[in-house]
Design a protein around this ligand. Structure first.
Ligand code: SF4
Ligand code: SF4
Length: 388
């Protein structure tokens, strides 16, 4: 089960595309998180994937590591494997936090949009200044740290023209797990979608080059979207209240983070755990396939059923925003076109990643972990749960 803890709604940045509208001064007490972990184990979860979220979760770093100490104790006592990750804007990463993250096996995902104009187009300080220099310093710290980590970038119409240069910059800096997500709440007009397409083609060239060199890496959107075809059985669907929960600082349970930000459809509380009727009602709300998607050929691979994206874009759980429709079609078209060419050319790295029975979709990352000398179970189990 995935448990996402909102440690705080405060943040030391003010990104233009932030999913939060308000930066409340909330803080999660340690015992709220521990109660949730205990309840999930008691209810029969066979593994737990913890995400420490915000706001900026490292503003509450002491609480995070206190929760983790108890989580590791419960993991050993109850024999329930636990992975943990913290997405961070990087401003507070210091030696002490990195040491504790290594000790407690907390995977770090650095939110960083890439080259300076890409980062500074959206990720601003509360004084309206760019954050590139500070976050690049955080990246260097992570690279010197010697443990696996990911970089997560948000792609918007304002920074899309730097997408390929940013992927290249991250790769050359030494990042090997490169994730990106589109800001679906933004206005993706025809011009921006065309730019997205040409940038994807450039990123595709990098992807092809790395596969040919048999490098170990994970590069979005190619790896996950190709695997939707070739590894269909391995994909995970979210089921709020069943496979995932978001826990508010006061202990209220929600289906995912966007429900929490809107304080919408609570599913229970850590003290009494899930309210069955509320979970059923949430499932009913999400189950209807959007009218406009019923005959769409890419329906099964589209993010159209993501309640988080839909709530953020249209305010309705099962109505995808138009920007999602336009960008998903473009993404899938470009990815499939490249995959077809890689298949025809029989590029060995591509065939191994996607068609070898003995090579899990995420083995590239596991191999990478091994190359970095990481031997604990972070490298062996639930790698998929560590990715966004
Ligand atoms: S770092 Fe995250 S929480 Fe903070 S302003 Fe940016 S998007 Fe929002
Ligand atoms: S591409 Fe558009 S029409 Fe097709 S499933 Fe996605 S949102 Fe629906």
């Amino acid at each position: 089960m995935d448990l996402t803890f909102i440690l705080t709604e405060q943040c030391n940045l003010r990104c233009r595309y932030c999913y939060q509208k308000d930066f409340h001064d909330t803080r999660m007490p340690v015992d709220v998180a521990v109660k949730a972990i205990r309840a999930a184990i008691r209810q029969g979860a066979d593994s737990l994937a913890l995400t420490f979220f915000g706001g900026e979760p490292l503003l509450e770093a002491p609480a995070l590591f206190e929760i983790m100490a108890e989580a590791r104790r419960l993991e050993a006592e109850q024999r329930v494997p636990i992975t943990a990750k913290v997405p961070t804007n990087g401003l507070l990463l210091d030696d002490s936090i990195l040491r504790q993250a290594a000790e407690q096996r907390v995977f770090i995902s650095l939110s960083f949009d890439g080259v300076e104009p890409a980062q500074n187009a959206g990720r601003l300080t509360p004084f309206g200044e760019g954050s590139f220099a500070a976050v690049e310093r955080a990246l260097k710290r992570l690279l010197a740290w010697g443990h696996p980590f990911a970089v997560y970038s948000v792609v918007t119409p304002a920074n899309v023209k730097h997408l390929a240069a940013s992927r290249q910059y991250l790769w050359e800096s030494g990042v090997r797990i490169i994730i990106n997500a589109l800001d679906y709440a933004a206005d993706w007009d025809e011009r921006a979608v065309r730019e997205l397409q040409s940038q994807y083609q450039l990123v595709g060239k990098l992807y092809r080059k790395l596969l040919k060199r048999k490098e170990s890496f994970y590069l979005e959107p190619f790896d996950s979207r190709i695997a939707q075809w070739t590894r269909a059985g391995e994909s995970r669907h979210c089921t709020p209240g069943v496979s995932q929960l978001t826990i508010a600082p006061d202990g209220t349970l929600y289906g995912c983070v966007e429900y929490f930000y809107r304080r919408l459809s609570s599913l229970g509380h850590v003290d009494s755990w899930l309210n069955r009727e509320s979970v059923k009602a949430a499932a009913r709300d999400r189950s209807a396939v959007p009218e406009e998607c019923r005959d769409c050929g890419v329906r099964e691979r589209c993010n159209n059923m993501c309640a988080c994206i839909n709530l953020r874009g249209t305010g309705r759980v099962n109505m995808p925003p138009e920007s999602l429709c336009l960008t998903e079609q473009q993404t899938l078209f470009t990815v499939d076109d490249l995959a077809q060419r890689l298949f025809k050319e029989r590029v060995p790295g591509f065939l191994l990643k996607n068609y070898s029975q003995s090579f899990h979709m995420l083995s590239g990352i596991e191999k990478l972990f091994e190359e970095m000398g990481v031997t604990h179970e972070l490298a062996k189990t639930s790698t998929s749960q560590l990715l966004p």
